[in-house]
Design a protein around this ligand. Structure first.
Ligand code: ADP
Ligand code: MG
Ligand code: ZN
Length: 627
């Protein structure tokens, strides 16, 4: 992709060129003045100078206003010796020099006369102007700013010049691609649609979580259609000077119309397009509102012209956008760009793995299986992390184990080998983690226990139990959720069973367990007592409303009932975790002892150990019956 900056206007180019030339001249003068006027020339008393002249040792003299510089006769081949001295008002000097046959001249006045004084007058204002311009540009355009205010900074990617992005570079978002293929067709053959009287859609909104490839898709559309691509980010519109945002929008569309057919891509649309009605909440923002209004005007405006300009925009918060943006004739098409599923992740990994050298044992499918919830950008990052690890380990190709470690890095944070636990703490952490693993092995819903470790990681975790799903799951049933809660409580329960006391280590587990239980009751309607009602307010209501209470208005009785239900769910899960661990106490001891020795247990060893877990009569599965 060739990137052209279209923004810097010629006039300010000229100014900066003049500035550059002048400061160049200044630099040169500064470099040469010392040589001419003696900073490096040894100074001698005037009397010595006269003495040397009289002795006939001096060959050349140059007389300046403030300094006399002279050269002493030397034998051929040795370097010149130059001295300086301060002149005294001495009318006899020229006669003396002439008498001794010394070559002499006055220093040309231009050397430190008018030229330097001119520089002295001209340079400071110029420097001032330059600094002023610099800050102005920074204010208007951000750090890399060109000397322009109010000009759009849109970058233009012109098709064909270097590597171009196509749909082949994007994977895992097949539905979005299908919709965008249509857009490509509009751009390629607009006549076919207009001939029949159809209006070509103007705005397409790409909606999806960060890193799922929205920007990439927009570029691919331009690449496939072979049209110029103007891209600007919403946050760039909203900057320092009032009125600049709206003039940028105008300017951007002017440029685009000249190059039609083309694509205008507005990234982070929510930065300008946030609902105007919600402004009250933030004290209003006139500047943004003007920019938004200008955008709406432009989008309506180019309907009149024949130019095919399609505006693509991306956001990860469609719910905050102003309704006016979404009405027909503007961004009436919405394309969902979602996180990839298993085969999508596989395909994305394949794309990015082309850029690195893979070892023979690498199984991308297996990696895809272990990375649910990863967006395209996460996967690209994962491949790179793995390559970095391989390089650090002096390997020539990336091996499967590099990927395994890279996944853990992303999932659980960096391994912190430097943090040392004392023996007692280590023991507690070991039992705690094995507690999670044993309960996790018996309950369904959160995958297979893959690894137990007491090597501290990340900011908070002292040890961890890694459970990775064996398949993509979108729906969980009540039993599975209860199983997850029991697993979360497994750590604390193990501490109770073994040590009879508990530590602060379980606070995060408790937080997550309680959250999950509360969601079961208030969001998923899984409580038999409270029925299938959603007591939690939706995202949108939370955003617009000014109440900080995420719960719907509920009666005092209901609130109490919710609390009781949540508590009941957590306690039941706790009971079943305790039951499992009491029954398997020997196994708990065995695995924990081994873990203390090896610090990490995984793979076959772990599966064999966990295969011995016995299920008590009251597993979480049978425990939940309440009518
Ligand atoms: P978004 O704009 O949705 O936040 P980007 O398009 O900027 O995400 O994605 C960042 C990078 O992640 C891309 O440049 C690409 O390398 C990678 N990536 C993201 N999604 C995909 C995808 N679906 N297929 C291939 N690569 C992807
Ligand atoms: Mg983006
Ligand atoms: Zn824990």
């Amino acid at each position: 992709m060739a990137i052209k900056e279209t923004s810097t206007p010629p006039r300010s180019r000229l100014i900066s060129n003049i500035l550059l030339a002048v400061s160049g001249a200044f630099l040169l003068v500064n470099l040469f003045l010392p040589n001419l006027f003696g900073a490096q020339v040894p100074a001698v008393p005037y009397s010595l100078f006269i003495h040397q002249v009289q002795e006939g040792e001096v060959s050349q003299v140059s007389i300046g206003q403030n300094q006399i510089r002279y050269q002493v006769k030397t034998e051929a081949g040795t370097p010149e010796q130059v001295f300086s001295t301060t002149p005294i008002f001495d009318l006899e000097l020229p006669k003396l020099l002439e008498a001794k046959g010394v070559e002499f001249a006055a220093t040309p006045p231009s050397r430190n006369g008018w030229f330097t004084s001119l520089l002295g007058w001209v340079i400071p204002p110029l420097i001032f102007v330059a600094i002023w311009q610099f800050f102005l540009a920074r204010g208007a355009n951000g750090p890399q700013g060109a000397l322009s205010i109010g000009k759009s900074k849109a970058k233009v990617y012109v098709e064909g010049e270097s590597e171009r992005i196509t749909f082949a570079d994007v994977a895992g978002v097949e539905e979005a691609k299908t919709e965008l293929v249509e857009i490509v067709d509009f751009l390629k053959t607009p006549a076919r649609y207009t001939a029949i009287g159809a209006k070509i859609p103007k705005g397409v909104l790409l909606v999806g979580p960060p890193g799922t490839g929205k920007t990439l898709l927009a570029k691919a559309v331009a690449g496939e259609a072979g049209v110029p691509f103007f891209s600007i980010s919403g946050s760039e519109f909203v900057e320092l000077f009032v009125g600049v945002g709206s003039s940028r929008v105008r300017d951007l569309f002017d440029q685009a119309k000249k190059q039609a057919p083309c694509i205008v891509f507005i990234d982070e649309l929510d930065a300008i397009g946030r609902s105007r009605s919600s402004n009250g909440m933030y004290g209003g923002n006139d500047e943004r509102e003007q920019t938004l209004n200008q955008l709406l005007t432009e989008m309506d405006g180019f309907a009149a012209t024949d130019a095919t300009v399609i505006v693509l925009a991306a956001t990860n918060r469609p719910e905050v956008l102003d309704q006016a943006l979404l009405r027909p004739g503007r961004f009436d098409r919405q394309v969902l760009v979602d996180r990839p599923d298993l085969s999508g992740r596989d395909a994305i990994l394949r794309i990015h793995a082309q850029k690195v050298k893979l070892g023979p044992d690498v199984d991308l499918k297996a990696i895809a299986t272990r990375t649910p919830g990863f967006a395209g950008a996460d996967l690209a990052n994962l491949v790179n992390e793995a390559a970095l690890l391989a390089a650090r380990n002096q390997r020539l190709t990336v091996a499967q184990e590099d990927f395994a470690e890279a996944i853990e890095r992303v999932v659980a944070g960096l391994e912190k080998k430097s943090r040392v636990l004392n023996e007692t703490e280590k023991k507690i952490v070991a039992y705690h983690e094995v507690g999670h693993a044993l309960v996790g092995a018996l309950t369904t819903g959160n995958g297979r226990v893959e690894k137990i470790s007491i090597v501290p990681r990340g900011m908070a975790a002292l040890g961890y139990t890694l459970q990775l799903p064996t398949e993509d799951r979108f729906l969980l049933n009540e039993t599975e959720l209860r199983g997850q809660i029991a697993t979360l409580l497994g750590g604390r329960s193990a501490e109770e069973v073994i040590f009879g006391s508990i530590t602060t280590g379980a606070s995060n587990d408790l937080q997550r367990a309680t959250d999950l239980a509360e969601r079961m009751v208030t969001t998923y309607g899984m409580s038999k007592v409270l029925g299938p009602l959603a007591y939690q307010q939706g995202q949108q209501a939370m955003f617009l409303g000014d109440s900080s209470n995420p719960r719907r208005m509920v009666s005092e009785d209901t609130a109490k009932a919710i609390d009781i239900e949540v508590k009941e769910i957590v306690e039941t899960a706790h009971e079943s975790a305790l039951a499992i661990l009491r029954l398997n106490q020997d196994l708990l001891e065995t695995i924990a002892t081994q873990l203390l020795e090896t610090e990490v247990i995984e793979g076959e060893t772990l599966q064999t150990l966990l295969g011995k877990v016995q299920s008590p009569n009251q597993t979480p599965v049978s425990h939940e019956v309440t009518v």
